[in-house]
Ligand binder design. Structure first.
Ligand code: AOF
Ligand code: ZN
Length: 363
């Protein structure tokens, strides 16, 4: 038995987590909507329907799962990672679709904070359906970017980097230019194809001349390339200006942007001598409808993002080897200065990949 709630069993939780694995298949195509998954079991507890919200503006998870289940849904249970919607949005309400199916029980992973769409749980209960709200951590984690955007007007900011085992993200003479292995680089390209923006500091542009495009992976989205370049030092022949994807150069107020004509420029305000990144992220959320942003370095950019309390998640690729020279900025120490929760740790080729959620500091 699941001890937190006597009516919810371990089987319920395992079906919800199976629905989470479906939900995340929508990453890259459903945003700015939340990722949602649904499993339908029949009266005997056998899976008869599975579905997820596949594309923004199209059918919600419950409708896809109910379509697969057909009449077998009658008397069964629906497991939904997010509270079924109650509103006529781009599609009719899922709460009504569940009522029409004759489902007897609905297990909800997380409540929907969206004021126009929520309330489905109450509607279902009012119609005599047995509704359980689990408040499951995994179901909540997958809607975190949606919540962030709705509640704060900021995108979800994931800081991604590759480091040596001693926390160095910079390569020096004698080091290989690649810290992480091919498998890890592939994962990054897959994620790039699902996010709305990739942000780097000008130091990285000058040192590595990255292209910051999606290569060798499905391009569900074309992320805008953003360079934090206070004094406009981006070389005009840089790969980030090659026209393969849009580029935004963020500089400090008053800089002469004439040379960057044809690219978007954004003036960053200075507060107490420090460039304030929040207005830039707000702009990405508004102008690009950005839900997910990948910050790809370097160390100085991460220091600014961390000190301004803007990081939501860390995605760290750690190689097995140490660096030849000691790190200028030790990323292991920098991470230790934050309050984080480990959500995943996996091997990727010869690397180890770690995902951490960052607990924001109370300002
Ligand atoms: C559900 N099931 O699979 C999803 C839900 O713009 P619309 O009409 O597609 O509605 C989007 C809103 O519906 C979204 O903001 C969120 O509150 C909810 N998403 N609800 O019952 C789903 N994706
Ligand atoms: Zn819905």
């Amino acid at each position: 038995m699941y001890s937190a709630h006597p009516m919810i069993t371990e089987i319920d939780i395992s079906f919800l987590h199976r629905a989470v694995r479906l939900a995340v298949k929508g990453h890259g195509t459903v945003e700015p909507n939340p990722m949602v998954g649904c499993i339908i079991t029949n009266k005997e507890g056998e899976i008869v329907g599975e579905g997820f919200h596949e594309k923004f503006g199209e059918a919600h998870a419950e409708v896809n799962a109910l379509t697969m289940a057909g009449e077998s849904a009658c008397g069964g249970t629906a497991y939904v990672t997010l509270e079924p919607c109650s509103h006529h949005g781009k599609t009719p309400p899922c709460s009504q679709a569940l009522l029409d199916s004759g489902i007897a029980r609905v297990v909800i992973g997380a409540v929907d904070p969206h004021k126009e769409a929520n309330g489905g749980a109450v509607i279902l209960r009012d119609h005599g359906i047995d509704v359980e709200i689990v408040n499951d951590a995994v179901c909540s984690d997958i809607i975190a970017p949606f919540l962030q955007k709705n509640n704060t007007g900021l995108p979800w900011i994931t800081c991604k980097w590759a480091q040596t085992s001693d926390g160095n993200i910079e390569t020096s003479k004698g080091d290989s230019p690649w810290i992480s292995c091919k498998e890890s680089q592939q994962l990054v390209h897959e994620e790039r194809g699902c996010v709305d923006a990739i942000v780097v500091g000008v130091g990285t542009v000058i040192a590595d001349n990255p292209t910051l495009t999606v290569r060798g992976a499905t391009k569900y989205r074309t992320p805008v390339r953003v360079v934090i370049d206070p004094a406009l030092r981006t070389p005009l022949h840089s790969n980030v200006l090659n026209g393969d994807a849009p580029t935004l150069i963020a500089h400090v107020e008053g800089a002469d942007t004439t040379a960057f004509c044809g690219h978007e420029v954004f003036a960053l305000p200075i507060n107490n001598g420090v460039m304030n990144l929040k207005p830039l992220f707000r702009h990405l959320s508004k102008a690009y409808n950005a839900t997910n942003v990948l910050a790809e370095g370097g160390a100085t950019l991460f220091e600014h993002i961390f000190s301004q309390n803007l990081a939501n998640e860390l995605w760290i690729f750690t190689a097995a080897h140490r660096s030849i020279l000691p790190p200028r900025v030790n990323m292991n120490t920098l991470v230790d200065s934050l309050t984080t929760t480990l959500i995943d740790e996996q091997p990727s080729g010869v690397d180890s990949v770690t995902r951490l959620l960052v607990t924001p500091l109370i300002p």
